[in-house]
Design a protein around this ligand. Sequence first.
Ligand code: ARG
Length: 465
Amino acid sequence: MASLWGGRFEKDMDEVVKYYNASIFYDQRMYNEDINGSIAHVTMLAKQGIVSEAEKDQIVAGLESIRADIASGAIVFTVEDEDIHMGVESRLIQRIGDVGKKLHTARSRNDQCQLDTRLYVKKEIGEVLQCLYRLEGVILEKAEQYADKITVGFTHLQHAQPITIGFLFMAYFQMFKRDIQRLQDGLERMDYSPLGACALAGTTLPIDRHYTSQLLGFTAPCENAMDVVSDRDYILDFLSAAALSMMHLSRWAEELAWWNSTEFAYVAIDDSFCTGSSIMPQKKNPDMAELIRGKVGRVYGELMQLLTVMKGTPLSYNKDFQEDKESLYDAADTWKATVDIFAKMLLRSEFRMDQIEPQLQRGFLNATDVAEHFVVQGIPFREAHSIVGRMVKACEVKGLTRLEDLTDEDLQAIDSRVTRATLGDISIKACVENRTSFGGTAPSEVLRQIEAGKAWLAEAMQFQA
Ligand code: ARG
C-alpha cells in the first residue's frame, strides 16, 4: 500500500524499515486526542472558508465513525498505518473519498503529533492529580488518627528525638503537596496549542490558531512554530515530576518495609498487601512496599532516556523525537498505579504501639529536652549540651538506660549546677507535648498542620486540569 506521503518515491519502504519506523503500535493510545484535534482543525478550516461546511460535516462524521470503530476493536491497526495520524487519515479517505484528502490542509504531522501528545499529557496530569489528592486525603485521615501517638524519630537511622506519628504523616503530606504543585505549575506552562504550527514555519493559508486553541481548551496558541515542533520540555517536566514523586513514594515504602521487619515490628501491613514464600511457610513479605521502591528505577530511566534523546538535536523536527512517547506512557501508568496502591496500603497499615512503647525508653530520646531545660535555668546551650553528653556517658558507664535514673550524686559529680530536680519533666510524653514551635511535633501543632493541610487540599482540588 502506497503511503500518504509516497508521491516522490519510486520504491516502497523495506519491510524492516516499516517496522523500525512505525509508531502505530504504541501511539494508537492517543487516537481520541488525534481525532479531537482533527475535528477542531476542520471546524476551523470551515470557519475560515478553506473547506465548505458540508465538507466539514462529512469529515467530522467520518472521523466519529473511525473513533467508534477503534473503540469497539473493529479497526485493528497494522504496520502499514505507520502512526496514529496516518492510520486515522488514510481510513478517513477510504471511507469518505476525496473530501477526506482536505483534512490535512495547513497541518503537518509535526504539529499534529505534538497536539496529540500535549492533550495526552494534560489528561494524564488530571488523572495523576486525582490520585495524589486521594493519597493526601488518606494521609490527613491517618495523621488525625495518630496525632498524639508517639514513636521514635531518627537521624542517621539512630534514635534521635520522640515524635508524634501524625507529625511524620504530615512530613510526607508536604512532599506530595509539592508534587501536586509541580504538576499544576507544569500544566500552566504547557497549556498552549501546537496546532497550525505546521511543519516548522506556519502556513500561507488564512488559518485561525486562536480558534483551534480555544476549541481544544488551551490557554492560547504557542508563540513560535519552530519551537513548538521541536519542543519536548513539557514531557520532560512531566517525567521530572514523576521521577521526584516516585522518589518520595520509594522513601516511604522503604520506611514501611523496615518498620514492618521482625526487628522493628512498628507497623503491621495488612495481609492483603503482602505475599508469601513458595518455600518458607511462615513468611509474610512486604512485597508492595518493595515493588514501589523498585518501580522508581524505571521512571528515573524514562526521564534519562528522553533527556538523552533530546540532547544535541538541531531545530526543528527530527525523527528522534518519536522516541518521546513510550517513556511518557509508561511513566504515567506507573506513577498513577503506584500512588493508588500506596494510598490503599497506607490505609490498611497500623502502627503497633505496644512494640514502639519500649523503644521510646532507649537511645536517650529526651537528651535534647534536658539540655533545653538547663538553658531555661540560665546555662548556655553549649555548656548544657556538654553536661548532658557527660550524663549519657555516665549512664553508659553505670549500665543505665535512662537519664532520669542518675542520682543527685551522679549529677553533682558532672556539674554542680544540676540535680534531679533541675532535669524537669522529661517524660517522653512531656518532651513531645512541649515541642510546640511552629512546624514542631507537639500534638497541638500537628492538629494545626492537619487543619492547614485540609484547607490547602480543598483549595488545590479546585484547580481545573
Ligand atoms: N510519528 C511521528 C512522531 O511521533 C510523527 C511524524 C512526524 N513527521 C515526520 N515527518 N516524520 O514523532
